[in-house]
Write a protein that binds this ligand. Structure first.
Ligand code: PLP
Length: 383
C-alpha cells in the first residue's frame, strides 16, 4: 500500500493506457466495418483482389517496385533471407536489442544470427562495430529501424557495398520512416514489415510484407509464400512455406493506409510534447530525435538502477508502460548454442536494464501526455 501526499490526493488521477486499439477502431469504424463486410460478402478469403490492391498501394506508399504480403513480420524476414538463397549456416549480422523475431527468422531460414552492439542514443547499429564483425562467413546484413528511428543506412550501405553483402531492412517498427526522403525498406535490397495490431500500420490480426525493387526476388518471394508453387499445385523451388496475408487483413490495412502519414505526424507531435515536458528530469535520458523518425515507441532511459522503480510508480498511478526489451537476444536461453556470454554487447545489455517505453500513440491526448510527464517528474523527484 503506497501512501499519497496531500498534493497527490488533490490531483485527479488520469489513467493512461500504454496503447488503446479501440480508439483507432472507434475513429475508423465506418471504414473498418465496410471493409470487413466487403470481404465477408465476397466469398473469397485468401490471395484475392484485396491482397493484390493492398500490395500495389503499400508499394506505392513506400516508393518500391514490388510488395509481397505474407503472414507476419517474422515470416517476412525469414522469406526475405530465404529468397537470397544463401549457403546453409551462413551468418547474418543484426542487433540483439530488438526482441527475438529477427534471430528466430534467421534460424528459420537455416542461417546463423550474429549480433553487433548498438548506439546508446539511437538504439540502432553502430556502423564501425558492424564492419569489424564481418568475416568470410558473413553473407547478409539485417539492420533494424528500432522504435521508428531509422538506422544509419548510408553508412550501412557503404559497408555492404565494400563487402558485397545484401541488406535486409527490418522495418517492423518503421512504417513510413524516412532518411533524406527515402522510405525505410527501400534502401537495402529488401524491406520487411510487420502489421501486428500495435504497429504504426497494424492489421486486426497478424500480417507482414516484403518490399523490393528487384523483379526476380519479388517473383521468388511470391512462390516461397505458397509452398514454392510456380502455379497451382506445382512447386518449383525448395524452401517454400505457407505464409499469406488474408483478404480480410488486406482490406483492413487498405482502410488504414491512407491515415498512416497523419498518424506518424501525430506520433511525432506526442514525442515533441514529451520532450518539452521532460526536458530537465534528473536521471532521465530522452530518445534522440531525427528527421524521419516515426516514434513507434517513445523510449526513455532511466539511470541509477531506477527503471523498474519508475515503472512500478507509474503503474500505481494507472499509467501503462512497457520494456522493449528486457532480455537481449544473445542472452536468451534459446540462443545458448551461439555461445554469447554476458558482457559481450555492453551497450545492448545496459539498455535492457534502463529502457522504458512511455505511452505514445496517435490518439493519446495532450492531457494524457501531461499526466504521464507529471507522474514521471514526481516519481523521479522522490528518488
Ligand atoms: C523489430 C521487429 N522485428 C520483427 C518483428 C516480427 O513481427 P511479427 O510479430 O509480425 O512476426 C517485430 C514485431 O514483433 C519487431 O518489432
Amino acid at each position: 500500500m503506497t501512501t499519497q501526499s496531500s498534493e497527490e490526493q488533490a490531483r485527479p488521477i488520469v489513467r493512461v493506457p500504454f496503447g488503446d486499439s479501440l480508439r483507432q477502431y472507434a475513429a475508423l469504424k465506418a471504414e473498418i466495418d465496410a471493409a470487413t463486410a466487403r470481404v465477408l460478402q465476397s466469398g473469397w478469403y485468401i490471395l484475392g483482389p484485396e491482397v493484390q490492391a493492398f500490395e500495389a498501394e503499400f508499394a506505392k506508399f513506400c516508393g518500391a517496385a514490388h510488395c509481397v504480403s505474407v503472414g507476419n513480420g517474422t515470416e517476412a524476414l525469414h522469406l526475405a533471407l530465404r529468397a537470397l538463397d544463401l549457403e546453409p549456416e551462413a551468418e547474418v549480422l543484426t542487433v540483439a536489442n530488438a526482441g527475438v523475431p529477427g534471430a528466430v527468422a534467421v534460424r528459420q531460414a537455416g542461417l546463423t544470427p550474429r549480433f553487433a552492439d548498438v548506439d546508446d542514443r539511437t538504439h540502432t547499429l553502430v556502423p564501425g562495430s558492424l564492419e569489424a564483425m564481418i568475416t568470410p562467413r558473413t553473407k547478409a546484413l539485417m539492420p533494424v529501424h528500432l522504435y521508428g528511428h531509422p538506422a544509419p543506412m548510408d553508412e550501412i550501405m557503404a559497408i555492404a557495398e565494400r563487402h558485397c553483402l545484401p541488406v535486409v531492412e527490418d522495418c517492423a517498427q518503421s512504417h513510413g520512416a524516412t532518411i533524406d526522403g527515402r522510405t525505410t525498406g527501400t534502401i537495402g535490397l529488401l524491406g520487411c514489415f510487420s502489421f501486428y495490431p500495435t504497429k504504426n500500420l497494424g492489421a486486426l490480426g497478424d500480417g507482414g510484407a516484403i518490399i523490393t525493387d528487384d523483379d526476380a526476388l519479388a517473383e521468388r518471394l511470391r512462390k516461397l509464400r505458397v509452398y514454392g508453387w510456380e502455379r497451382k499445385y506445382h512447386s518449383t523451388i525448395a524452401g517454400g512455406i505457407n505464409s499469406r496475408l488474408d483478404e480480410l487483413q488486406a482490406a483492413l490495412l487498405r482502410a488504414k493506409l491512407p491515415h498512416l502519414a497523419r498518424w506518424n505526424e501525430l506520433r511525432r507531435e506526442r514525442a515533441q510534447w514529451y520532450r518539452e515536458l521532460l526536458a530537465q528530469v534528473p536521471g532521465l535520458v530522452l530518445p534522440e530525435d531525427v528527421a524521419g523518425h516515426v516514434y513507434h515507441l517513445f523510449v526513455v532511459q532511466v539511470g541509477g538502477g531506477r527503471r523498474d522503480g519508475l515503472k512500478q510508480a507509474l503503474a500505481e498511478r494507472g499509467i501503462g508502460t512497457d520494456i522493449h526489451y528486457p532480455l537481449p537476444a544473445h542472452l536468451q536461453p534459446a540462443f545458448d548454442d551461439l555461445g554469447y556470454e554476458p558482457g559481450e554487447l555492453p551497450v545492448t545489455e545496459r539498455l535492457a536494464e534502463t529502457v522504458l517505453s512511455l505511452p505514445c500513440f496517435p490518439e493519446l491526448t495532450r492531457a494524457e501526455v501531461e499526466a504521464v510527464a507529471a507522474a514521471v517528474i514526481d516519481a523521479q523527484a522522490r528518488v
